[in-house]
Ligand binder design. Structure first.
Ligand code: 5RP
Length: 226
């Protein structure tokens, strides 16, 4: 069961946290298991930086002490989920629309652990649609420029504006998300660079060279990838 896999990955990651640490709290169901397991440890002197309003609400409810990225200069350890874990611990993130805050927190962290169920481990990134966060103003024009870049990477499916029951999804920062069905991303570094050059693209869900370790939940226990 993938929920069991997510739970044991989250619980294993919570054991890596020590009293007094500044901890980055990821977003999503797997990160939620980590937050719950961390709260259950009742460590002293923790300060936690949530990567979304949703995670902040959960952490508050569980009594974890919160701080912000403005109030701490560095984060000791961040633990977060992923949508895909590829070779070299290259990741796709952003399925929960929190990629911008997540990347800001990851980049401010001394160590980052990604936690995931076994189905997230892939030989090539790209089956999960790549989330791209875009400024709402003029987002359709920005989407056209994103398509030009994707075409240059042999990705021809149109990137789709993320919608939910209540209409267009807005991130915690008020931006919109385009999901690009890439199928296979052969050169994630070049794609990441090319997307960042587009005015209006705030961030993309490629997390490259950021994860130090992955804790993967499997039916028979956790596997650690470095
Ligand atoms: C949120 C994320 C999540 O970590 C990612 O979508 C995985 O979610 P889940 O643990 O629910 O499968 O990147 O922006």
């Amino acid at each position: 069961m993938s929920d069991h896999q997510k739970q044991i990955a989250g619980e294993a990651a919570a054991l890596r946290v020590e009293a007094g640490m500044v901890v980055g709290l990821g977003t999503g169901s797997t990160a939620g298991w980590f937050v719950k397991a961390l709260a259950a440890r009742s460590l002293t002197g923790l300060r936690c930086v949530p990567t979304s309003e949703k995670t902040a609400d959960l952490a508050r409810e569980l009594g974890l002490p919160l701080t912000t990225l403005e109030d701490v200069s560095r984060i000791d350890l961040t633990v977060d989920g992923a949508d895909e874990v590829g070779p070299g611990l290259a990741l796709i993130k952003g399925g929960g629309a929190a990629l911008l805050r997540e990347k800001l927190v990851w980049e401010a962290s001394d160590r980052c652990i990604v936690i995931a169920d076994a189905a997230k481990v892939v030989p090539v990134l790209g089956a999960f649609p790549l989330p791209i966060e875009v400024v709402a103003f003029g987002h359709k024009a920005t989407a056209n420029r994103i398509m030009d870049v994707l075409t240059d990477h042999d990705i021809t499916m149109p990137a789709r504006l993320r919608q939910a029951d209540r209409g267009v999804v807005r991130t915690d920062g008020g931006n919109v998300i385009y999901d690009a069905k890439c199928v296979a991303i052969h050169d994630p570094v070049r794609l990441a660079d090319d997307l960042k050059l587009i005015t209006g693209v705030v961030e993309h869900g490629l997390f490259l060279d950021l994860a130090d370790e992955a804790i993967i939940g499997r039916d028979d226990g956790v596997e650690v990838l470095v």
